[in-house]
Design a binder for this molecule. Sequence first.
Ligand code: FAD
Ligand code: DLZ
Ligand code: SF4
Length: 523
Amino acid sequence: MATQQFGAVLVPILGDQLTRDLASLRGRTKDDTVILMMEVWDEATYVKHHKQKITLIFSAMRHFAADLRDAGWQVDYVKLTDPDNAGSFTGEVARAVERHSPRAIHIVEAGEWRVQQAIEEWPDKFDCEIEILPDDRFIASITEFRDWAEGRETFRMEFFYREMRRKTGLLMDGDKPVGDQWNLDKENRKPPKGEMDAPQRPLFEPDAVTREVIALVEDKFSDHFGSLEHFEWPVTREEAEETAEAFFAERLTKFGDYQDAMVHGEDDLWHSMLSTSINLGLLDPLNLCRRAEAAYEAGEAPLNSVEGFIRQIIGWREYVRGFYWYFMPGLESDNALNARRALPEFYWTGDTDMRCLSDSIRSTHNNAHAHHIQRLMVLGNFALLAGCNTRDVQDWYLAVYADAYEWVELPNVAAMVLYADGGKLASKPYAASGNYINKMSNYCKECRYSPAKKTGEGACPFNPLYWHFMDRHRERLEQNHRIGRIYSTWDRMGEEKQRDYLDSAEAFLDTLVPAAKGWARQG
Ligand code: FAD
Ligand code: DLZ
Ligand code: SF4
């Protein structure tokens, strides 16, 4: 379209771009800029997000808009209940173009492929210049990851992570890693012992803005999963900062030791609980890493904690984001293990006797959160072993977690948990029997099932499911040097024992009730 010269520059800011340091605002003047923020139905329902997730995003958006206005910016904020709300980003930008006749639209690239596709159509739709800027809140740009990935057959976080350490200088001693080791993962696996006395993170009482959003969400999204009884997430930069401060002061020291531990009823342990704030834009990931590094340098936190925290952020977080953009749109439909089983109903209700699963689902329902090892080795492990259909599992994770955006959820779920990419991201499937969960948690002691019992009544279902999975995928996994050796154990068992495992697994799988349609997507 021919470009006409009109008014100010329109800067749409999406719900996960809530920082004044956004590339589209940098260098702009307040009298020549109209900021557009939009609560839209399409975003709130493309999966039926947990009620706390919608509350978190709308409340954080409203607080951020107020903050911008206080600082003198012109903000055009469209509420969900605006009678003329068009329901989509593109529809709302079209209305804003009518209102403001901007000479240009400047927007930072979207986090999700779906939204980015829509934005890339704007030049054909709107009669003004459109500038799409890279999201430089990430340490590696999409192009940088592409350059690193090009020509590789397999991708390993470890090598990318080392590049990020070199690039940022974090925990570097010249060319070498501080402590002479790049990765202290082996020192991040202490099982829990007794009662864990992790200090409570700050919990935030909903203020008037959040209370108004809670009422809206209860009204419009009453059929979405999750409870709003305890909404305690940080919704402003100040609250997010308080959460970060408390983490550095009280929990970073043991973060490293207990990164993989699980304790019944203890939902945070020594985790930072910062992902919601980082993903929204309330906290800067690199700044957090520098503060963790400073704690190490000041002798306030051990290296296994600090390196572990930094690895999660400049390693895993950056790596999965690059991986997402490199493999989209294909990643969404990958299903290398041909997983077809409907997701069991208990993922939505928590109604299962498997204590590890019911506790992880309780935390998910009540807090829109579960910590990493629950997501990976309990909820994910079960979905992998039972062969749950990739679409259902992806939708579930995207809907239920307050920190879930497709760029971070999909690689973790499709590639890390379900091995649906055939092993591009992870060198082997994260498959485990009840033994692992028993070692890393206190779940099993009071479970109806026993991790020591391998088959039949009372056996931990993870045990027969593990071998059923291994047997189903023998052809593929036997070639894998990291996991292939277990087939000699399987072969040594003999036919009768093998049959026992397979029959036990099948009997258990037959008891699973598939989730009713409509939990994650409309219709
Ligand atoms: P901490 O344990 O304190 O870790 C510190 C930070 O490291 C996190 O805040 C996060 O920013 C980053 N991080 C850690 N692990 C990962 C990872 N695997 N990928 C990306 N970033 C990571 N994280 C999300 O932010 N959104 C998601 O939708 C999401 N889905 C996941 C799905 C599965 C199946 C798995 C296994 C992991 C997923 N994660 C996701 C990663 C991780 O579980 C969460 O980031 C973490 O639980 C958030 O809690 P925390 O802030 O206390 O994290
Ligand atoms: C997740 C979400 C929800 C629930 N609602 C909105 C919204 O109404 N307005 C908005 O700007 N963003 C929302 N988001 C976050 C967006 O989905 C997110 O910005 C994109 O997925 C990034 O591509
Ligand atoms: Fe989970 Fe099995 Fe332990 Fe029960 S026995 S808590 S099902 S791992």
